[in-house]
Write a protein that binds this ligand. Structure first.
Ligand code: GLN
Length: 490
């Protein structure tokens, strides 16, 4: 044994997978190590469910596979899932009291695919209730703390995933992104995350928020690790998700090393306006210089409807949510109010007590914009502008190969720092346009800003260009070491 288990947490997915394959470390000791790490860092609020017996049984099975020489690409690598993916062997809450005590009879497709690739599940990770939020403060199970400064939010809604990866409680995690929930927490926690093209990963078994936007993706410590994870997560699922793309599973690691010479990087003027904090801007500008040194060329572009993405998203996402969340009625899943007078009152009491404030706000907005008399003025109008936002990207991609800019206007704010939900919504301005268009986007660490908090750079590509995004990020990470920085005490 050349590897001491005391530094297992510093290894990337790629390094760990190699050591496991070479049998320099066992899946069992790796799982034990990470389980005790999770327990030792419980104060961060990242894990909602751990089932050590299940995890260790999976690890033993992985060791058997490794011994038999038929290991998959991730055999024995521990992972954790955002608690929005349903799991048979772990509780699923979606961060909501409404699903307290719920146990799914099946695994989400993404969970099943990662298990087939050999990954060992450590547990389920905290998130905003039904993935609605930007700070993981909307979880019914308490907030998550940012490992870089525990008085700050980790971002959201995949805040548990980003914080757990940053604190090295897991080498990688799954997340979901509806309007930025992989990219934004990745940025705030200094980790790498990618949201693929809408339809790349199956939504089967992802607790639905806004179905036309929801997409799964990985958070990890490098672009290479994200590529490994994404390769296992994606692929068609025609019988279970009719919006999953009819595209064969891809090996997203295959062009990681492609030279960037001649790459045209579009710089949208609207992403670099007054609202962008100077510390974030400085880190992005420096990262763009590195990409230029690697052979890329910066091209000014325009995404003229960037500002409209906020009202458009905050009409469409709540509209879809109000419909998706109608299934939580106290009959089929999880929580039911204890006292009620009749069936209708049972529905009312269950929904009043089971949902948190932000979820209720969205159900009300969604119901309103879909109602007779307001549908045309709000929902239909939003759909038309959504199409125009997608068209703007197609115009831009005539001039450039990828788009680069900030993920968020500022670094992570303080826990409790936004008292008005609108402040959260406005901070989504740079992630929403790509989401509305269904485009792939990623965040990679490019430095530190105010309060020594991490800054992420966003890369947005055209449909199905995940390999290109991962290639740009990988070349950047080979030339810099922002992605290897770790929080104090970790
Ligand atoms: N912050 C956005 C929202 O609250 C995005 C959430 C997400 O991507 N799941 O809706």
């Amino acid at each position: 044994m050349t590897q001491t288990s005391s530094d297992l947490h510093d290894l990337t997915v790629a390094q760990l997978a190699t050591l496991l394959r070479e049998r320099k470390v066992s899946a069992l000791e790796t799982a034990q190590y990470f389980l005790s790490r999770a327990a030792a860092h419980a104060e961060l609020g990242t894990f909602l469910d751990l089932q050590p017996d299940t995890t260790l049984a999976q690890a033993r099975a992985a060791d058997a596979r490794l011994a038999a020489g038929n290991a998959g690409p991730l055999t024995g690598v521990p992972l954790a899932h955002k608690d929005i993916f349903v799991t048979r062997d772990f509780a699923t809450t979606a961060g909501s009291k409404m699903l307290q005590g719920y146990r799914s009879p099946f695994d989400a497709t993404v969970v099943a695919r990662l298990a087939e690739a050999g990954a060992v599940t450590l547990g389920k990770l905290n998130c905003d209730e039904f993935a609605m939020g930007s700070a993981t403060e909307n979880s019914a199970y308490g907030p998550v703390k940012n490992p870089w400064d525990t008085s700050c939010i980790p971002g959201g809604s995949s805040g548990g995933s980003a914080a757990a990866v940053a604190a090295r409680l897991t080498p990688a995690a799954t997340g979901t992104d509806t309007g930025g929930s992989i990219r934004q927490p990745a940025s705030f926690c200094g980790v790498t995350g990618i949201k693929p093209t809408y339809g790349r990963a199956s939504r089967y078994g992802m607790v639905a928020f806004a179905s036309s936007l929801d997409q799964a993706g990985p958070l990890a410590r490098s672009a290479e690790d994200c590529a490994l994870m994404l390769s296992a997560m994606c692929g068609p699922d025609p019988d279970r998700d009719s919006t999953s793309l009819d595209m064969p599973a891809e090996d997203f690691t295959r062009s990681l090393n492609t030279d960037l010479a001649g790459l045209r990087i579009g710089i949208p003027a609207e992403f670099f306006g007054e609202g962008l904090a100077p510390d974030v801007r400085a880190a992005i500008d420096a990262a763009l210089k590195v990409l230029e040194q690697l052979g890329a060329r910066l091209v000014p572009i325009s995404l003229p409807r960037t500002e409209l993405s906020i009202p458009v998203y905050y009409i469409i996402a709540p509209a879809e949510a109000s419909s998706n969340l109608s299934r939580f009625d106290g009959v089929k899943f999880g929580f039911r109010a204890k006292q009620y007078t009749d069936l209708n009152d049972m529905y009312l009491q269950t929904r009043a007590q089971g949902f948190g404030d932000e979820v209720k706000r969205r159900i009300m907005i969604g119901t309103y914009v879909l109602s007779h008399g307001y549908y045309d003025a709000y929902y239909l109008q939003a759909q038309k502008i959504r199409r125009m936002i997608a068209d703007d990207f197609q115009q831009a991609f005539k001039q450039c190969d990828v788009i680069a800019g900030p993920v968020t206007p500022t670094v992570a704010w303080k826990l409790g720092g936004h008292s008005d939900p609108l402040a959260d919504y406005l901070a989504d301005i740079f992630t929403l346009p790509g989401s509305l268009a269904g485009l792939p986007g990623m965040s990679l660490p490019v430095g530190f800003g105010a309060g020594k908090m991490p800054v992420g750079m966003q890369l947005i590509g055209n449909y199905l260009s995940e390999s290109r995004l991962l290639n740009v990020a990988h070349r950047f990470q080979q030339a810099t070491d922002w992605h290897t920085a770790k929080p104090q005490g970790i």
